[in-house]
Design a binder for this molecule. Structure first.
Ligand SMILES: NC(=O)C1=CN([C@@H]2O[C@H](COP(=O)(O)OP(=O)(O)OC[C@H]3O[C@@H](n4cnc5c(N)ncnc54)[C@H](OP(=O)(O)O)[C@@H]3O)[C@@H](O)[C@H]2O)[C@@H](O)CC1
Ligand SMILES: Nc1ncnc2c1ncn2[C@@H]1O[C@H](COP(=O)(O)OP(=O)(O)O)[C@@H](O)[C@H]1O
Ligand SMILES: [K+]
Length: 517
């Protein structure tokens, strides 16, 4: 699913209207139908609707009318018409609502007497949506504070009012609605996917209101939201005549002595992700624990007892992942950069590999192009130079990916994959149970396995991140998020692959045919 920028949204609106030969108010009605359907499914009967002067307000007034048509609903609606007037569709919906007998409707042109809001009410926030052009202040700022202080349940239409679609660094956080749920229209907006806006967005629901994909107007976007269909198009069937050589050989360089778990988790995840063979280079003293823990892995022991100290030739391997539990000692850092500099196979750098780069920022120039880096927010702050919030971390990751030709996987709730071409793919799977030690090592192992099977970097990142999150979701469904540990994600990888590659078994057309296998 493509995600369009704030500037592009009116064009998508226009394309939809043209392609489907409808009026813009019909599209508004469609949006309102989805929102009212959702609201009716909640166990509340009192709805207090707040409409602004633009089309977000128009949506809200249409929602008020649709809710009022259902028996037993107690509807109060306020329209704030205190500035330069209403948008034409907002005005049309005001007129339609004014004819509705069972709604208590007030148009505010000057003074507003706030109603009593108790916890049995739903505030429907239709003040501002994607047309917000500066932070809220004055009366609207105060109104938002009134919402946020009330015990009522808040549902925002399209955007929590006050939140800008993309960059909120200069916003006034006290003047942004803190919704319990946001029903966004068509596709998510970038700001809704940023961790530090979760407190405003609440639960995010996307209503598919049948918007155009922009093709007819030649509109393209650098942002995409990866869903199951995209992944099904990436995932390949296994060659039934394949042998372990044809499924690739992954090399993992991981773990100091005392951090063997990182290597174990990454290796197990790698083995569960379809690769033919995995070799782990690790310090001598990790020998016994790794041999016992993962009999399927081949070990390549570093001569140093306790840490990675010397690089190896990678000619016999198809992909390398380096960094989990690696340590950052001087000796290891020197071996790391030598290893990375001489590597010509697809490469993933994670965890302490990123910390080494943070300690030696000049080395970033020496990383081969097409390398995959997997920082979480803090690691991005360390390897970057100016990120202070989620959005600036995203833009810095995007700039770095383009400048150095890297693939940067910025990990989080909606993990973002930034490519050298300037594209960003947001992931749609995963849960907070995955915020547990070792979960990142699992992701690294999965991606290394996919690269060794000759998935391109873009495919390996998208598929790997999706499978990792899906495995986390499957594990959380069985065990709950609270108790989830990284090993549970690995246990669920097979089920994740099964769900994605499940094809209808081919049926013989008649008993005269025998399908061998
Ligand atoms: N995309 C779609 O497909 C569909 C979109 N739809 C809906 O349309 C919504 C977008 O509508 P929109 O463009 O009319 O903008 P909206 O958010 O109502 O605000 C504009 C008004 O706010 C004002 N204003 C702005 N900032 C302000 C501030 N800081 N403080 C005070 N005022 C401020 C601004 O005034 P101005 O600054 O321009 O004078 C103008 O009056 C979208 O979110 C969705 O709900 C659906 O109906 C159908 C499908
Ligand atoms: N709240 C969350 N929702 C979805 N995914 C999450 C959440 N928290 C963490 N994850 C995922 O779990 C992984 C954690 O990786 P990382 O922070 O590197 O862990 P570690 O260093 O402990 O191995 C990332 O892939 C991240 O996207
Ligand atoms: K809103």
């Amino acid at each position: 699913m493509k995600i369009f920028s704030q500037q592009q949204l009116p064009d998508i609106d226009a394309a939809t209207i043209q392609e489907q030969n409808i009026k813009s108010i019909d599209l508004m009605e469609r949006a309102a139908q989805y929102v009212s359907l959702y609201l009716s499914s909640l166990s509340y009967s009192r709805y207090v609707i707040f409409a602004g002067p633009g089309n977000n307000g128009g949506d809200a007034l249409a929602v008020a009318r649709l809710l009022a048509a259902k028996e037993g609903n107690n509807i109060t609606a306020y329209l704030f018409n205190i500035g330069k007037g209403l948008s034409s569709n907002c005005e049309a919906n005001r007129n339609r609502l004014a004819e509705c007998p069972n709604v208590s409707f007030t148009e505010i042109t000057e003074k507003f007497e706030p109603p009593q809001l108790s916890e049995d009410a739903v505030i429907v926030d239709g003040l501002f949506g994607t047309g917000l052009n500066k932070p809220l202040n004055g009366g609207f700022g105060a109104l938002v504070q009134f919402f946020n202080a009330s015990p009522a349940h808040i549902v925002s239409i399209d955007m929590p009012s006050g939140l800008m679609c993309e960059n909120n660094a200069q916003n006034v956080r006290n003047h942004i609605v803190r919704a319990n749920t946001t029903i966004t229209l068509g596709a998510p907006k970038i700001a809704q996917l940023m961790a530090d806006n979760h407190e405003f967005v609440g639960k995010l629901i996307v209503a598919d209101i049948g918007l155009s994909d922009g093709k007819s107007k030649g509109l393209d976007s650098n942002y995409e939201f990866t869903d199951k269909e995209d992944i099904k198009n990436i995932i390949r069937e296994r060659d039934s005549f394949g042998h372990k050589g044809s499924f690739g050989h992954s090399l993992l360089i991981a773990s100091t002595y005392g951090m063997a778990g990182a290597a174990i988790l990454a290796t197990r995840a790698c083995l569960r992700s379809g690769v033919g063979k995995v070799t782990v280079r690790t310090p001598h003293r990790n020998n016994n624990i790794l041999q016992i823990a993962i009999p399927e892995a081949v070990l390549n022991l570093d001569s140093h007892e306790k840490h990675f100290s010397s690089p190896i030739n990678t000619d016999d391997y198809n992909a390398l992942a380096i960094g989990p539990g690696l340590g950052t000692s001087h000796d290891t850092a020197v071996a790391f950069i030598e290893q990375v500099r001489r590597t010509r196979i697809p490469l993933v750098i994670d965890a302490d590999g990123l910390n080494i780069l943070a300690d030696h920022k000049g080395w970033i120039q020496q990383i081969p192009s097409d390398t995959i880096l997997t920082p979480h927010f803090r690691e991005m702050q360390r390897i970057g130079s100016h990120c202070t919030d989620s959005y600036s971390a995203l833009t810095e990751a995007q700039e770095m990916a383009v400048k150095h030709s890297f693939f940067i996987i910025l990990k989080g709730h909606f993990t973002a994959i930034c490519t050298p071409e300037g594209k960003t793919f947001f992931n749609s799977t995963g849960n907070s149970g995955m915020a547990t030690a070792g979960s990142g090592d699992v992701l690294t192992g999965i991606i290394c396995a996919l690269l060794a099977q000759k998935y391109t970097q873009t495919e390996a990142c998208r598929l790997g991140v999706y499978i990792h999150g899906l495995a986390g979701d499957i594990a959380a469904n069985k065990l709950g998020e609270t108790s989830l540990i990284a090993s549970d994600i690995i246990e669920a990888i097979p089920e994740a692959f099964l769900q994605l590659s499940a094809k209808d078994a081919e049926k013989a057309p008649s008993p005269d045919f025998l399908i061998l296998k």
